[in-house]
Design a protein around this ligand. Structure first.
Ligand SMILES: C[S@@+](CC[C@H](N)C(=O)[O-])C[C@H]1O[C@@H](n2cnc3c(N)ncnc32)[C@H](O)[C@@H]1O
Length: 335
């Protein structure tokens, strides 16, 4: 059985894809206790380290692996540096704001997996005029990896959502081919249309399927948009002081969803006057209904929004398997 480690595991979207492809988890690390509860509940057999990765020493990593051959390390290190302008001429990895990236590099250096996969926001590619990517490639190349990258669009892989993410893949032997797009696009209605009609505040017996409550103000703003109105038509007392009413939008039922993030309160159901429930958002991320999210509502929304859609992760995991198989078939490279 092929093995993997999940760094920055979150709720476990990435892990789920690898489990679906029959990879065995060696350990996962996540420091947020609420988020870790979700991971632990859905992956009870996996060893979950609940601690800040910076405090997870090289010695502890070696003990955790316990001599097992690690095939893959996956992870999406959150990098604050992307939301801010790059510092021209300065190292991205050495920038304090991107310390988690450095941690990923450290763990790869200690574990030496056959393959690593980093998932991140697509704008990583153009960050600092491309210098950031060059630096990342150079740092992993120095560790002995051949590095490639590609931006994948989730809706090309059966995910009912537009979500562009970069996947950086490093291999030691053999080749890795990114998964090819599926032909069929899944729409929002196909993904959530079977879930029951909910009135704001209603609770249904589907786990995590609780309608979010909306103020009358929000519903009124919505009704203007529904009727094709513009900002100046909204009564003064409820007009948003900053921002744009176009931020309040209604889903189209016939298209994939816009990118699911940690705050989807302003995007309404395609035919009901409410935002989506956590369960509906989880469907748009391709989590099965058996996957239960733990924690407060705000944390649950973040866990869902931060996740790699399991179906996209599965498409990648299958390709990783192919790559690992190729290494076995060809035997170790003779140097
Ligand atoms: C983008 S999310 C990962 C989502 C995950 N790959 C998935 O598919 O569900 C990043 C995660 O890293 C965790 N994290 C951030 N800083 C960390 C640290 N210093 N140590 C461990 N985990 C950390 C966050 O709590 C968050 O859950």
């Amino acid at each position: 059985m092929k093995t993997y480690i999940d760094l920055f595991a979150g709720a476990g979207g990435m892990s789920l894809g690898f489990e679906m492809a029959n990879f065995k988890n060696i350990f996962a690390i996540e420091y947020d206790k609420e988020i870790a509860q979700t991971y632990a509940r859905n992956f009870p057999k996996n060893k979950l380290i609940i601690k800040d990765i910076q405090k997870f020493t090289n010695q502890e990593i070696i003990e955790c692996i316990d001599g097992i051959d690690v095939d893959v390390i996956v992870g999406g290190p959150p990098c604050q540096g992307f939301s801010l302008a790059g510092r021209i001429g300065r190292s991205f990895i050495e920038d304090d704001r991107n310390y988690l990236f450095k941690e990923f590099l450290r763990v790869v250096k200690v574990v030496k997996p056959k393959i690593f996969i980093i998932e991140n926001v697509a704008r990583m590619l153009s960050h600092n005029k491309g210098e950031t990517m060059k630096e990342i490639i150079s740092r992993f190349t120095k560790l002995g990896y051949s590095v490639q990258y590609k931006i994948l669009q989730a809706s090309d892989y059966g995910v009912p959502q537009k979500r562009r993410r970069i996947f950086i893949v490093g291999t030691t032997e053999g080749s890795f081919n990114y998964p090819l797009p599926n032909q069929k696009i899944v729409t929002v209605k196909e993904a959530i249309g079977d879930l029951p009609f909910l009135k704001s505040g209603n609770v249904s017996d589907i786990p995590n399927h609780i309608a979010m409550k909306h103020t009358e103000q929000m519903l009124t703003k919505m009704s203007y948009i529904k009727n094709g109105g513009n900002r100046s038509q909204i009564p003064e007392e409820i007009r948003p002081k900053t921002g744009d009413i176009r931020k309040y939008i209604r889903y189209s039922s016939e298209k994939p969803s816009v990118t699911v993030t940690g705050d989807m309160r302003k995007i309404f159901h395609y035919e009901q006057n409410r935002a989506l429930t956590a369960r509906e958002l989880a469907r748009l991320q391709t989590f099965p209904d058996t996957f239960i999210f733990e924690g407060k509502s705000i944390s649950i929304q973040q866990q869902i929004g931060n996740a790699v859609p399991p179906l996209l992760s599965y498409a990648i995991a299958k390709k990783v398997k192919e790559s690992l198989r190729e290494v076995i078939l060809n035997g170790p490279t003779v140097s």
